[in-house]
Design a protein around this ligand. Structure first.
Ligand SMILES: O=C(O)c1ccc[n+]([C@@H]2O[C@H](COP(=O)([O-])O)[C@@H](O)[C@H]2O)c1
Ligand SMILES: Cc1cc2nc[nH]c2cc1C
Length: 336
């Protein structure tokens, strides 16, 4: 679906026309689930995600054969405030690493049979430092939303949105506080590993960002406190919905971006599942804020779609069971 939007209002209007899950497919899938050779509920959350996936694909017994992972990369002006344990040039260096196959996500995508695309967004033009005013203009955030929208493969049957951006846990913390309330300190964590002094400085920077950028509207918060890679994830998540492509959300930054979408349009994340709980402390509050229960909790704090890619393995397993298992009648097994 090729769509061009030139303003945030055009994007908002588009969100209002998003399709919903297929209730017939859902009830057929639930019916099938009840006949599979296992005690009712014995596959736990695998059963829930299989039904959720079936409802979005519009099929009672779908398979996953074309997963897509997309990594969006962006640079942040707020890195000038010394908020990361790593220098900003690592963003571009890691993009090269993704392209050469050397990052964790390359191995994880390969492990679970996913294609991997990398989109670097204007890395030589960092967003403005949000302690001084909005990170992006409307034109900038709209361009990033459009990049994300266009990056989704219409033939994908599940999407993982990942990111790379030195400084972006500062953005995500500010977004969490702006959208969900609470003190900057409740939302600010160590990211790539800042020390105690670094954490205190980062918390002050989040406070300054909040003071310099009023407003709680989801897409305005994305524009003022986000970054291009966060906006691109929002665009991709929204686009996937129109193609009946379920989405697996990654960690703290991905969920901060997703929260902007949910706050803008309630229910806009209904086609998304939370892949994992990140070790970044405030991720739990962010997940609660968007009403999502993570599939995995492995202590990851890497980003780049890694936790969501691991959860792809769980989702594939759930659908393999749901769509491949025999029913009691087929297998000649006595029902309860
Ligand atoms: O996904 C997460 O929960 C996560 C938690 C901490 C750090 N990261 C990654 O680390 C980078 C941001 O960390 P920082 O310290 O530079 O703000 C960025 O590239 C993220 O992908 C990601
Ligand atoms: C090396 C490195 C790899 C990453 N991948 C995602 N965020 C990252 C941050 C750093 C610093």
């Amino acid at each position: 679906m090729t769509v061009t939007f030139n303003t945030l209002d055009e994007f908002r209007a588009l969100l209002k026309t998003a399709p919903h899950a297929d209730q017939n497919a859902l009830s057929e899938a639930a019916d099938r689930n009840g006949q599979l050779t296992k005690p009712p509920g014995a596959l736990g959350r695998l059963e829930d995600v299989a039904l959720w996936y079936a409802s979005w694909r519009g099929e009672a017994a779908p398979q996953i054969s074309a997963p897509q992972v997309i990594i969006f990369a962006g640079n942040h002006g707020v890195t000038a405030q010394g908020v990361s344990a790593f220098p900003a040039e690592v963003t571009a260096q890691m993009v090269m690493n993704f392209e050469h196959g050397g990052a964790a996500i390359n191995q994880l995508a390969k492990t679970f049979g996913a294609s991997l695309n990398v989109h670097a967004l204007d890395l030589d033009r960092p967003t403005a430092d949000f302690t001084e005013g909005p990170a992006m203009t409307e034109a900038e955030v709209v361009a990033a939303l459009q990049t994300g929208w266009n990056a989704v493969d219409a033939n994908a049957d599940v999407l993982v949105t990942g990111e790379m951006g030195i400084g972006n846990t500062t953005s995500a913390a500010a977004i969490g506080a702006a959208l969900l309330g609470g003190a900057a300190a409740d939302w600010t964590g160590r990211g790539t590993g800042v020390d105690d002094a670094g954490l205190a400085n980062k918390t002050r920077v989040v406070e300054q960002g909040l003071a310099a950028n009023a407003g709680r509207d989801g897409l305005e918060v994305l524009r003022k406190l986000g970054g291009r890679e966060l906006a691109a994830m929002v665009g991709a998540i929204a686009r996937a919905r129109f193609g009946q492509i379920p989405v697996i959300l990654d960690g703290f930054i991905c969920c901060a971006a997703a929260a902007c979408l949910e706050k803008e349009e309630a229910g806009a994340l209904d086609h998304c599942v939370a892949g994992h709980l990140s070790a970044e402390g405030a991720h739990e509050k962010l997940l609660a804020g968007i009403g999502k229960e993570p599939l995995l909790s492995l202590g990851l704090r890497l980003g780049e779609g890694s936790g969501a890619a691991l959860a792809l393995g769980v989702l594939k397993a759930a659908l393999a069971c749901h769509s491949g298992m025999a029913t009691f009648a087929e297998a000649g097994v006595s029902d309860a």
